[in-house]
Design a protein around this ligand. Structure first.
Ligand code: ZN
Ligand code: ZN
Ligand code: ZN
Ligand code: ZN
Ligand code: ZN
Length: 265
């Protein structure tokens, strides 16, 4: 059970200092992982104490620089904890999120009133390369029962070829790499070559299930229409920085005299 300890830790963090020392490994987006005592995790950053005694130093990372932390804490969890523990400090406009819906696009992230433009994601072709990880030119490795180099144990043998051995009651039988793409099955108690793999026809490759062998799929951005509505330039994904807290999410950001200054006409 991993969720519970993480939650308990999150509660301990309280946005400022962790009361219980915990060693974590932090993996940044760039550079080496750092192991140290987690001493702070607030809305902006995570601070670790690295090293012992006199050599100990604090190392801080902004959330943007962090790929992951070994105890599973994320910015969202740290923020939630902070918000729970400091409700009085939350910005009233954005409720601590630091962002509000963009007024220019009404939170949509794009401007539906503007004329559509050629899709930038697919160079207006309506298609994008197949995103499936193992798809190469529309083909993926065969997942049938055929002999192939990545399945089973192959050892160098006669004629300098790679051989795969099948052991059975009466001894063993071997097939060389020349039989890639053929299916070996037990028949009448002994391994038998059943001929070419019905799935890949002996080619070791089959059509990619995602693009069906076509190498491309419909562009997700324009849904194949080749046109898209331009993105709102005032925001990112429909949200913009909260004007009241400047994105900190905290109410206390304003200085007392500034708060008293009457608004300009
Ligand atoms: Zn916008
Ligand atoms: Zn096959
Ligand atoms: Zn594919
Ligand atoms: Zn497109
Ligand atoms: Zn705010």
């Amino acid at each position: 059970m991993r969720t519970l300890p993480t939650l308990v830790l999150a509660l301990l963090l309280a946005g400022t200092a962790a009361r219980a020392a915990e060693m974590v490994m932090l993996t940044p987006n760039e550079g080496k992982s750092v192991t140290g005592e987690l001493i702070k995790a607030n809305r902006e950053k995570v601070v670790l104490k690295v090293g012992e005694g006199d050599a100990a130093q604090e190392v801080s990372f902004t959330w943007e620089q962090i790929k992951k932390i070994s105890n599973g804490i994320t910015r969202e969890k740290a923020l939630l904890t902070w918000a729970k523990n400091h409700p009085e400090l939350l910005c009233e406009s954005c409720k601590g999120e630091g962002k509000v819906f963009c007024a220019a696009c009404n939170g949509k992230g794009f401007l539906p009133d503007l004329e559509k433009v050629p899709c930038t994601k697919c160079a207006a072709t309506g298609l994008m390369p197949c995103p499936y990880f193992s798809c190469k030119l529309g083909k993926v490795p065969c997942d049938g029962d055929c002999l192939r180099p990545e399945v089973g144990t192959w050892t160098k043998g006669k004629e300098g070829l790679m051989w795969r051995r099948y052991v059975f009651n009466g001894g063993f039988a071997e097939w060389s790499e020349r039989h890639y793409g053929e299916v070996i099955k037990m028949k009448d108690g002994r391994p038998t070559n059943m001929g070419k793999c019905p799935k890949c026809k002996g080619t070791l490759k089959m059509d990619c299930p995602v693009c069906e062998g076509k190498k491309t799929v419909t562009c997700v951005a324009c849904k194949g229409t080749k046109l898209m509505v331009p993105n709102c330039e005032k925001c990112k994904d429909g949200k913009s920085t909260c004007p009241d807290c400047g994105g900190s999410g905290e109410k206390a950001a304003k200085k007392p005299d500034e708060a008293k200054t009457p608004a300009k006409p």
